[in-house]
Structure formats: structure tokens, C-alpha cells
Design a protein around this ligand. Structure first.
Ligand SMILES: CC(C)(COP(=O)(O)OP(=O)(O)OC[C@H]1O[C@@H](n2cnc3c(N)ncnc32)[C@H](O)[C@@H]1OP(=O)(O)O)[C@@H](O)C(=O)NCCC(=O)NCCS
Length: 329
């Protein structure tokens, strides 16, 4: 019997309507469009406005669109892996909330937390359930309502992040398409450089933690940049080398959208030319777990069956990783 691989058979995405431009940010903090554009490549980002809306509310339209595209019902999903840093609540899992909202009555699910590398970790994890033969349809969702943990008085972070959600369906393939390899890494020594200090068991929510603004994302931008720029590039190069792939073999490089300069460094390190590098950071900023599935969604119509894709991400923690996959449709 031929080997089972996990192929992406559908992708979809959702971004909220509200557009927060660099010019609007100029009215909120001491910054300017030119600085943000040159340092990050970001021009605008989306914000989920409205009371009572969480990350799952972006996942619902994304997933419902995916099911429609694939022509299947929610009841056919076996497993939902929800990659997010901004779950609706600390518990229960947002995967559960989503399953209930879309009517995925036969699925089990869990949340996966690996900051901006979450979707790469999630795809790799989901693929194991397909390769083992345990499941036939695994839904991997990556999304964040970053605006819920961003301090819009902190110019070092509020210019970078935005809200958005994407998803991919994994199904078995016996023709050699799908996820073929991945390299995943974690290093907890960087935990204090990009994190949300309070709200967990170490520093539970209190008046003091709120007053000290410890429920917002905190980032040492320069330190994170230095770590990200080498590691995301290295891991993409590593997965290519060990699969004997040169830049000419790659149809698309799909990098996490954190900073255009980090994306460029990854492209340079792998030798992939700019026309094959997927970039939408100028419109969405860093949507954390949303960046890679949103890229797949927006470029889906350009992909051809058999295209070699390299996905690469870097995130808080630190976490980083890369996937080599062969597009299946
Ligand atoms: C955050 C980031 C854009 C800052 O860019 P940088 O080139 O490192 O800038 P620095 O922090 O060194 O600051 C340079 C100067 O700009 C100022 N500055 C910082 N934010 C600013 C802003 N939004 N607008 C204008 N000036 C700003 C700083 O105060 C500093 O001023 P000084 O030189 O007078 O002290 C960059 O570090 C970055 O992208 N880091 C990685 C972020 C990331 O990828 N995070 C997610 C990982 S998944």
C-alpha cells in the first residue's frame, strides 16, 4: 500500500472589515507612516470591532467558507486544531467553541499555543493523525484577535499586530502530495522578550496586574528581530537542504508576516526570488496565527498541483519552524 501523506485540500480566510491605517495610528501614538512602512512594511491592519466578539467569531466565517468550497458538512470533520494566542477564554478550548458554533458534532478538538509559529506546529500535528490513518478530515485553524491584547498607547507593539483568521483542511493522499517534511524548534530562553505577563497561573489577574498593563503583549522589538531574522531563515534553508531542494525547485515561499525585513532575509537565505515570495503584510500586519493561512487563502488561485511550497514562521516563546509541502490541487 502506498504511504499516506496529509494534503491540504481546501483553504479559506476571514479578515474583519475595519481597517486601521498607519495614518490613524499617527493620531493615537507618536509615530508616522514613513517610519512604520520602512521599518516593518505595514501600511494597515484589520481590527475586529464590536462587543462580544472573539477569535472564534472570525473562525466561523472562515471555516464555513472552507466547508462550502470543499462541498462537505461540518459533521464530517474528525478533529479541529485551533492555533491561537488569543483564545476566546483561557478555557474551554476555542476549538470546542468553534465546533459548537459550526455544528461539528463528530469532531474532537483542542487549542494549540505556539505564538506566531502555531499554524506550522498545528499543520504538522494534524498531519500525524492523517498519516497514521486515525482520521480522514482534520481542520487546522489559525487566528488571533491581537487587538484584544495590544496596548494602543505602546507604539512598539500597536503598529505591528492585526486581527484575522485562516484555516486549512487536511485529508489523506496516496500520490505523494501534501506535507512531506517539517522542522520545528522551541527555545524558552526567549520567553521574557515577547510575552503577556499576567493572566496565567504565574500572575493571575488582579487590580495590580491591570494597573501595570500586564495583560497586554510586551515585546523587546530589537532582540526579537535579531533572533527571528536568523532563525526563520535558517529553518527554511534547513528543510530545503535536507530535501535536496534548491531555490529553482520552489514555486512559493510562504513566510510568517511579522516584518518585511525578516521576510526579505528569509528569501535571501533560501535564494527564492521576490516574485515567488508571498507577502500581504502591508494590508494585514502581523495576525500571529493567522498570517500563513491567510497567505495560502489569498494565493490559492495561483497555486498549481505539484507546486513545492516552503512555509516558515517564527514566534514568541521562542518558537520557529518550517514545512515542505507539495500542493495537491
Ligand atoms: C518593533 C520593530 C519594528 C522596531 O524596529 P527597530 O528598527 O528595531 O527599532 P528600535 O526599537 O531599535 O527603535 C529605533 C528608534 O525608533 C523609535 N520607535 C520605536 N517605535 C516607533 C514607532 N512606532 N514610531 C516611531 N518611532 C519608533 C525608538 O524609540 C527608537 O528611537 P531612538 O533611536 O531615539 O531610541 C522591530 O524591532 C521588529 O520588527 N522586531 C521584531 C518584531 C516581530 O517580528 N515580532 C513578532 C515576532 S513573531
Amino acid at each position: 500500500m502506498s504511504k499516506i501523506t496529509a494534503a491540504i485540500t481546501a483553504v479559506n480566510g476571514y479578515v474583519p472589515e475595519y481597517v486601521l491605517t498607519n495614518h490613524e495610528l499617527e493620531t493615537m501614538v507618536d509615530t508616522n507612516d514613513e517610519w512604520i512602512t520602512t521599518r516593518t512594511g505595514i501600511k494597515e491592519r484589520r481590527i475586529l470591532k464590536g462587543e462580544g466578539l472573539g477569535t472564534s467569531d472570525m473562525a466561523v466565517p472562515a471555516v464555513e467558507g472552507l466547508l462550502k468550497k470543499r462541498g462537505i458538512s461540518a459533521e464530517e470533520i474528525d478533529l479541529i486544531i485551533f492555533c491561537t494566542t488569543t483564545p476566546d477564554m483561557p478555557f474551554p478550548a476555542t476549538a470546542n467553541v468553534l465546533a459548537h458554533k459550526i455544528g461539528a458534532k463528530n469532531a474532537w478538538g483542542y487549542d494549540l499555543q505556539a505564538a506566531c509559529s502555531g499554524f506550522i506546529f498545528g499543520l504538522t500535528t494534524g498531519a500525524q493523525f492523517i498519516e497514521s490513518g486515525k482520521h480522514k478530515k482534520v481542520l487546522v485553524v489559525g487566528g488571533d484577535k491581537m487587538s484584544s491584547i495590544i496596548n494602543y498607547e505602546d507604539r512598539a507593539t500597536c503598529i505591528i499586530f492585526g486581527d484575522g483568521c485562516g484555516c486549512a483542511l487536511l485529508e489523506p493522499n496516496t500520490e505523494g502530495f501534501g506535507i512531506l517534511d517539517s522542522v520545528l524548534k522551541s527555545d524558552g530562553s526567549g520567553a521574557q522578550l515577547l510575552f503577556q505577563k499576567a493572566g496565567g497561573s504565574l500572575h493571575p489577574a488582579s487590580h495590580e496586574t491591570v494597573d501595570a498593563k500586564e495583560h497586554y503583549a510586551y515585546q523587546e522589538g530589537q532582540a526579537v528581530f535579531k533572533f527571528a531574522v536568523t532563525n526563520m531563515a535558517d529553518v527554511a534553508a534547513e528543510v530545503m537542504e535536507r530535501n535536496s531542494l534548491t531555490a529553482d525547485d520552489i514555486a512559493w515561499l510562504v513566510p510568517h508576516q511579522a516584518n518585511k525585513r525578516i521576510i526579505d532575509a528569509t528569501a535571501n537565505r533560501t535564494g527564492v526570488s521576490a516574485d515567488k515570495v508571498i507577502v500581504n503584510i502591508e494590508r494585514y500586519g502581523n495576525t500571529t496565527n493567522g498570517t500563513i493561512p491567510l497567505c495560502l487563502w489569498e494565493w490559492e488561485s495561483k497555486f498549481k498541483k505539484g507546486d513545492n511550497l516552503i512555509l516558515a514562521a517564527f514566534g514568541g516563546g521562542f518558537t520557529w519552524g518550517s514545512i515542505y509541502l507539495k500542493w495537491a490541487y
